[in-house]
Design a protein around this ligand. Structure first.
Ligand SMILES: Cc1cc2nc3c(=O)[nH]c(=O)nc-3n(C[C@H](O)[C@H](O)[C@H](O)COP(=O)(O)O)c2cc1C
Length: 465
């Protein structure tokens, strides 16, 4: 089954809410542990670099130097990327810095540091629960940089969401990949995001992954690390057993087959074009650190109108990540200054330069209530000021990227989602990713072309205090 077929197969309708064929097992572990490995802790006290959220989200770093990288910054990079948020203690659950469908966190982080401070070369697994890393392979080369790899354990999500879970897993991975890139900028590194994995069997061996439970799905490369000749420090069957325990069960034949078909090979995402015309002083000056640790999904919107200027920045900043063949972005506008309520299609290739002028209206009606109904009746969405609806044209995606286009663009949808979360935080707004919807109903609300399928909906609004 290709990714495109999988997406159609897992569509929800009012009569069918997806299958669970062959998915079985117990409760997954929230944190993967390589039992018996040596753990290196990051320094407890976190540096708080003086970076503003908006400069991090909107602008690439002029240059980056991995030579400046020390272990304080490495610890901060991982904490900001996928650490446990400080408010988690109060809430009694280890919420992370990134959102995740159902807070199930199906991703794990690995990294290969090369010439980074006191870190010996090799391959490491990030332990969010201990704020440290375990060295799982020795080796590495003579380059300079850091390769951060994201793996997914689909059962962690499938035990709750059934076969539809792989959609959420890919979106979650995209959120995380974008967050790693942003965390990189905070610590002074500009990275390149990628989906998939070059030579998956080499990396799976280095981490002792069993592809039935966990596969590498993408990552971010900083500098030019040389991650050659990695030798696992534990017997591979022991490492695989750790992956099995972390997964907790069998994600079923459908998800396994689709992942197996799309995980080979690697696509690097384009460097985004610069967003010009915004002065630092005109932007909110919330610190990047505070925004990331304060981020949450918000569902309490007031319906207040969002100013043209703020919305224009959303359009440019989303457009800069959206210019991919087959990647389609719609905006459902309810309360945005200067716009008649309606559904608008984004011309992604013009968005960075033209902002709001790159939107063309395709439907005149305020559709937030309809959209909320289409999203399994999640009524809280109806008060949003606008919603972003991301869809894929399967024909265009397949023509441009082949079978793997599905994974590439789903991960990109997650990246765009993360950007919406960060921008919302920056402007004091709220947003929440929505992956649960009746697919055909969302297509009708928008309305979409026959070959275009919704993949992600993100309402945004001013939030009540
Ligand atoms: C891909 C994805 C899909 C999601 N779908 C929904 C949804 O349909 N409804 C909802 O209320 N929240 C949804 N969420 C939000 C998660 O429930 C939320 O991220 C999680 O509970 C963690 O909370 P936090 O974001 O406040 O850290 C989704 C999040 C992601 C990343």
């Amino acid at each position: 089954m290709t990714g495109y077929e999988y997406h159609r197969y897992t569509a929800y309708s009012r009569w069918r809410l997806g299958g669970r064929g062959g998915i079985r097992g117990g409760r997954p572990e929230l944190f993967k542990k390589y039992r018996g490995s040596e753990i290196k802790k990051f320094p407890e006290s976190l540096l708080k670099p003086d970076k503003k959220l908006m400069e991090v989200v909107l602008w690439r770093l002029p240059g980056s130097s991995s030579a400046l990288f020390d272990e304080n910054l490495l610890g901060l990079l991982f904490f900001l990327s996928y650490g446990i948020r400080p408010d988690s203690g109060l809430r009694g659950y280890p919420f992370r810095t990134v959102p995740s469908a159902g807070a199930l966190y199906p991703c794990e982080l690995y990294f290969c540091p090369d010439g980074i401070g006191p870190w010996e070369g090799g391959f490491y697994h990030y332990r969010a629960d201990l704020h440290g890393a375990e060295r799982i392979a020795k080796g590495g080369g003579s380059g300079s940089g850091l390769d951060v790899k994201v793996s997914v354990l689909p059962y962690r999500s499938a035990f709750k969401y059934g076969e539809r879970a792989l959609r959420y897993v890919l979106l979650d991975a995209g959120h995380l990949i974008e967050q790693i890139r942003m965390a990189g900028r905070i610590v002074g590194l500009e990275g390149l995001a990628y989906s998939g994995c070059e030579e998956p069997s080499v990396w799976e061996k280095a981490a002792g992954l069993s592809a039935d439970h966990e596969v590498f799905i993408g990552g971010v490369r900083f500098g030019e690390p040389d991650c050659a000749n990695l030798m696992p420090v534990m017997p591979i069957p022991e490492m695989q057993r750790c992956g099995e325990l972390a997964s907790g069960g069998d994600c079923g034949p459908v998800i396994r087959e689709v992942l197996d078909a799309i995980r080979h090979g690697c696509f690097v995402f384009d460097e985004e074009p610069e967003i010009a015309g915004y002065e630092d002083e005109s932007l909110p000056d919330i610190s990047a650190f505070n925004a990331i640790i304060g981020r949450r999904s918000h569902r309490n919107y007031t319906g207040k109108t969002i100013s043209y200027g703020v919305f224009d920045l959303f359009v440019r900043a989303l457009g800069s990540l959206s210019d991919y063949s087959g990647f389609v972005v719609y905006f459902a506008l309810a309360a945005v200054e200067g716009f008649t309520p309606g559904v608008y299609l984004l011309k992604a290739d013009e968005a960075v330069k033209k902002g709001c002028e790159a939107l063309g209206r395709i439907r005149s009606a305020s559709v937030m209530t309809e959209l909320a109904h289409a999203c399994l009746g999640q009524g809280w969405m109806a008060n949003g000021s606008f919603a972003v609806i991301i869809a894929l044209s399967f024909e265009d995606a397949e023509r441009a990227y082949g079978d793997r286009g599905y994974m590439h663009l789903m991960i990109n949808a997650g990246r765009v989602g993360q950007r919406i979360y960060l921008l919302s935080e920056g402007f004091g707004l709220g947003c929440c990713g929505v992956g649960a919807f009746y697919d055909g109903d969302v297509s009708d609300v928008v309305p979409m072309d026959d070959d275009t399928y919704p993949v992600y909906v993100i309402p945004v609004g001013s939030r009540s205090r």
